[in-house]
Design a protein around this ligand. Structure first.
Ligand SMILES: [Zn+2]
Length: 116
């Protein structure tokens, strides 16, 4: 019996990068004047903002969104079933996360997630 190959690749993507919480670079990101002023996830303005704090993640997510061909996918893995959230380590930026990636952010990385 063969295991489907797609699962392993996805696991590496979601667990291998530490994605939104890499290093302390996010601490230097500018806080928005008004938290509601942050750009919609995966728009050009959103990528510009992410690029200033985490260029690797910006490049990675750009590839995911381009491959998916739509903006409403998970920021981390590209799943279509995702919701808009805010992570405790990137309060200046809304993200889209699927349920699996939300669990990883909470349980593995210890981040708080709030729905927006
Ligand atoms: Zn995901």
């Amino acid at each position: 019996m063969r295991m489907p190959g797609g699962c392993r690749a996805r696991k590496q993507i979601t667990e291998g990068n530490g994605l939104m919480s890499q290093g302390n670079s996010t601490l230097m990101a500018p806080e928005p004047q008004n938290p509601r002023d942050d750009p919609d996830p995966h728009t050009s303005a959103w990528f510009d903002r992410l690029h200033t704090s985490n260029p690797k993640q910006a490049m990675f997510t750009k590839q995911i969104v381009t491959r998916a061909g739509r903006l409403d996918v998970c920021t981390v893995c590209g799943d279509h079933a995702s919701t808009e959230v805010r992570l405790s380590d990137t309060p200046y930026l809304r993200l889209r996360l699927c349920r699996d990636c939300q669990l990883i952010q909470q349980t593995v990385l210890g981040l708080r997630i709030s729905n927006v």
